[in-house]
Design a protein around this ligand. Structure first.
Ligand code: PRP
Length: 181
């Protein structure tokens, strides 16, 4: 597939994504072998990663989803996490695996993990596709991460700019001319 014209370059190819997602999923599968976790995808960014990740698992899993908005993130007076779509399942006593596309400031996952533990989850582990460690403002780290990346504007494989580019099968770097317009 040719590169989208709004991409400066491809950071992670389909092959690199497939291989690493599989590697991480197999590790999770091993670690949860005797469990029956609830795998929670945080929409929309995680959609493609989530679909690829769960298809590498052989343990029994149940699927659920949340939509959250991190308004206030990155500002001094950061508000609380706003939940736009909540879980369908009661998570009391459950082992929960959160699947996210990217951890940036850490606002979303720090708040989400605290919330799910407050609701009585037995454990909450975090799986991320991308980790921008240098952007971290909240004390949270993924338990499993596929790729550490620099602070670049990344799109594709679920990630958007202004709701565009999520369907690209690779992770690309957006041309600054697109968002500086
Ligand atoms: C993105 C991403 C994480 C969050 C990470 O979501 O999916 O949820 O931002 O940033 P943080 O670590 O600074 O909290 P976004 O709000 O862009 O929604 P989306 O998943 O629908 O793209």
């Amino acid at each position: 597939m040719s590169m989208h014209p709004d991409c400066e370059r491809i950071m992670l190819t389909e092959e690199q994504l497939r291989a690493r997602v599989r590697e991480v999923a197999l590790q999770v599968d091993k670690d949860f072998a005797d469990k029956r976790p609830l795998v929670v995808g945080i929409l929309k960014g995680s959609i493609i990663f989530y679909a690829d990740f769960i298809r590498c698992l052989s343990m029994p899993v149940e699927l659920d989803f949340m939509v959250v908005s991190s308004y206030g993130s990155g500002t001094v007076s950061s508000g609380k996490l706003k939940i736009k779509k909540d879980l369908d399942k009661d998570i009391k006593g459950r082992d929960v695996i959160i699947v996210e596309d990217i951890i940036d400031s850490g606002f979303t996952l720090a708040n989400l993990k605290a919330l799910l533990l407050e609701r009585g989850a037995a454990s909450v582990k975090i799986v991320t596709l991308l980790n921008k460690a240098e952007r971290r403002e909240y004390d949270i780290a993924p338990d499993y991460n596929c790729f550490d990346i620099e602070n670049e504007f990344v799109i594709g494989y679920g990630l958007d700019y202004d709701e565009q580019y999520r369907h690209l099968p690779y992770i690309g770097i957006l041309k600054p001319s697109v968002y500086e317009k």
